[in-house]
Design a protein around this ligand. Structure first.
Ligand code: SF4
Ligand code: SF4
Length: 57
């Protein structure tokens, strides 16, 4: 499960593009995760320029 600090998000869209499962979509310019699609690969965490995404186990 991933956790995104949306308050600091600059809406760059990098996390959405990095996800191999299309689990992240931009809703009102903020990333929203579909937990059912997420495979916890960590790609989005790496892609965020501000490191706002954390993978929680
Ligand atoms: S952890 Fe992987 S599958 Fe889950 S939202 Fe991030 S990039 Fe997509
Ligand atoms: S990569 Fe980071 S800053 Fe860019 S949209 Fe995703 S959470 Fe926001």
């Amino acid at each position: 499960m991933i956790k995104i600090n949306v308050h600091k998000c600059i809406s760059c869209g990098s996390c959405c593009q990095s996800c191999p499962c299309q689990a992240i979509t931009m809703v009102d310019n903020k990333p929203k995760v579909d937990e059912k699609k997420c495979i916890s690969c960590g790609s989005c965490c790496q892609s965020c320029p501000l490191k706002l995404i954390k993978l929680k186990v």
